[in-house]
Design a protein around this ligand. Structure first.
Ligand code: LLP
Length: 431
């Protein structure tokens, strides 16, 4: 199976973390997001141990919580001893409400509002990743008004163009995030950080993109970041102590995806980073990594009920389910590929070619086209695999469809971690 969490039981039903998907759909209703908590925890542990192996105590895993954010997820991160990357005051608020230590939060974003920055500094967020000049000015004024020092990291675009979908590339100059190296903007920004009172420049950050399968771009990024830090030292006399290499480690959505062991990314990047530090006589820094998709993606699935089946002779068969782009916009946005199973027929051959459609009033509301599944019937439980990342977090109320519930399975036992929205929730802000 495509993920360690997924198997088939003696009834021929798909299971996740040992729990029967047909039973889960029956018990909690559909659409339903289900996560295998043990896989989330073991993947976090894999990253944590890998960082320890390569950097000793000088490293930290930050879970990129944009991939899937809720109070229970921050509790898991806390209990696994890692930090988190947050990208809005809403994510900070969720983390803090769950008792997460704010000093282990790193706050990203290309257009953080003044109020968001103020809130972040007030609650004691550990690092603010500065993305533009106006943010620097805002942080100086916030530091002064609160009488606090603000620890910042500067976001750099290392000029690396990775092989992934255009919308999730972030390392090249033509990108809204961070400061470019090629045109000197990054160096000017770094030097300018030193001019702002109450703002401490701790280091540099880069994130080259998401769903990347090869290790080379991470190795290139690590080298470029150290070279930049050394150039900055030579120009300013200041030696920064932190390098944040971002996330982006690719996961398996379909058989052809060549998922690499996550440690191989860490190993190549660490070797490159250490060699560059040696070459430039630069002290080995404290290193952060920010995996998001890789921590939650393969641990999650979405369950639906099959409704209408519409066969159009010589065209295609639409198999419609009771969710769609409202709980998973990724096919509509990125043509993202998925593996799909009919959970109550998991041992049957996948001989049927379907276009799995959602229920939204939108022709583009598809979950997958021309995908092989088992022979579908109305009332079947359909499972889309590897939906743990960027599905719940990108869900919407389009067509006033309530957001689906999220259930975690641990040692075969299930529990709700996010309730299904009600129609009352849908109108609660209407006046
Ligand atoms: N760090 C930063 C600064 C990021 O911008 C991101 C993702 C990550 C870490 C985590 O990257 P990951 O390990 O998850 O690849 N919605 C898109 C993905 C957008 C990624 C945004 N930034 C999708 O559904 O594919």
């Amino acid at each position: 199976m495509i993920s360690k969490s997924i198997a088939v039981n003696n009834d021929g039903h798909l299971t996740i973390g040992g729990a029967d998907c047909v039973d889960l759909a029956e018990r909690y209703g559909t659409p339903l997001y289900v996560f295998d908590e043990n896989l989330i925890r073991s993947t976090i542990a894999e990253f944590r141990e890998s960082i320890k192996k390569h950097y000793g105590g000088n490293g930290r895993v930050l879970y990129a919580s944009k991939a899937f954010s809720c109070k229970e997820m921050y509790r898991i991160c806390r209990s696994e001893g890692i930090g988190a990357d947050v990208v809005s005051a809403g994510e900070i608020y969720t983390a803090v409400s769950a008792g997460f230590d704010p000093s282990l939060l790193v706050f990203h974003g290309n257009n953080k509002a003044y109020d968001e920055l103020l809130y972040a500094v007030k609650v004691g967020v550990g690092r603010i990743v500065v993305d533009n000049f106006s943010e620097l000015k805002n942080l100086e004024s916030i530091a002064e008004s609160l009488g606090k020092e603000v620890n910042i990291i500067l976001r750099i675009k290392p000029g690396i163009d990775v092989h992934t979908h255009d919308y999730i590339k972030t390392g090249q100059i033509d990108c809204k995030f961070g400061f470019a190296l090629e045109n000197g903007e990054a160096m000017n920004a770094a030097l300018e950080c030193l001019e702002h009172k109450g703002v401490n420049l701790k280091g540099f950050h880069c994130h080259i993109g998401s769903q990347i399968f090869t290790t080379e771009p991470f190795c290139d990024a690590a080298k470029i970041m150290i070279q930049f830090a050394a150039d900055f030292r030579d120009k300013s006399g200041v030696t920064v102590t932190e390098i944040d290499l971002g996330g982006g480690f690719g996961v398996k959505y379909v058989e052809s995806d060549d998922q690499q062991p996550f440690d191989s990314f860490m190993a190549t990047a660490a070797d490159a980073l250490k060699a560059e530090c040696d070459r430039l006589h630069f002290p080995i820094s404290f290193v952060y990594i920010e995996p998001g998709r890789s921590i939650v993606g393969p641990a999650g699935i979405t369950l639906y009920k099959v409704g209408a089946i519409k066969h159009i002779e010589n065209v295609r068969t639409f198999v419609s389910v009771d969710g769609g782009m409202s709980d998973n916009p990724r096919y509509a946005l990125y043509n993202a590929e998925y593996t799909i199973e009919i959970a109550n027929k998991a041992t049957e051959p996948k001989s049927f070619v379907a276009t799995v459609a959602g229920k939204c009033c939108e022709s583009g509301d598809l979950l997958q086209e021309h995908v092989k599944i088992q022979q579908p019937d109305v009332g079947d439980t359909l499972a889309v695999l590897t939906t743990g990342a960027y599905c719940y977090s990108m869900a919407s109320n389009y067509n006033r469809i309530p957001r689906a519930a999220v259930v975690f399975v641990k040692d075969k036992e299930s529990r709700v971690v996010i309730n299904r929205e009600t129609y009352e929730d849908i109108i609660k802000n209407d006046v």
